[in-house]
Design a protein around this ligand. Structure first.
Ligand SMILES: [Zn+2]
Length: 160
């Protein structure tokens, strides 16, 4: 990363009905309560990074706070997103692949969340279907996801 600090952007304040969704109705909040330390790659006051059984080739970065998506990030959340994306992506390239893709669709849950995807050949609809089937059958995919997540977490910690 560059040694020159980038001035923080001036971010608009956006409110939305989706950002006011209660925690009881939120699938991500429910998932975060169920996650074990094996599922989590990184935690901070503002962000969590985790893996899931149905997407073992992906680490998801999500705000802890409900919001309406990218344009609703606070300045502090936005300031942490860049370095966190680079740190997790860099660790993923050391563990899994030479490329990492960052995508954010922000559908379905009321947290800004972005997926860091590996460029592994398993990223195809057929592989996804097979992995979902296997995850449901024997939990193998989550074991693989957790092992990969553990390596990424260890690498992040070793890098400070
Ligand atoms: Zn939530």
């Amino acid at each position: 990363m560059s040694a020159d600090p980038v001035p923080p952007p001036v971010l608009p304040v956006v409110t939305s009905a989706v950002a006011n969704q209660s925690e009881q109705e939120c699938t991500l909040c429910a998932r975060l309560r169920r996650f074990t330390s094996d599922d989590l790659v990184h935690e901070s006051e503002l962000w969590v990074a985790y893996t899931m059984d149905v997407y073992p080739w992906m680490i998801t970065l999500a705000t802890r706070r409900h919001n309406a998506g990218l344009v609703d990030l606070t300045a502090r959340e936005a300031a942490e997103l860049g370095p966190l994306s680079v740190a997790v992506g860099s660790a993923m390239t050391a563990v899994w692949t030479d490329r990492v893709y960052l995508v954010a669709y922000n559908e379905g849950v009321t947290h800004f969340h972005a997926g860091l995807l590996t460029s592994c050949p398993e990223v195809s609809s057929a592989a996804r279907a097979a992995m979902r089937e296997r995850a449901e059958r024997d939990g193998g995919a989550i074991a693989e996801a957790r092992e990969g997540a553990r390596k990424v977490r260890d690498l992040l910690r070793s890098r400070g």
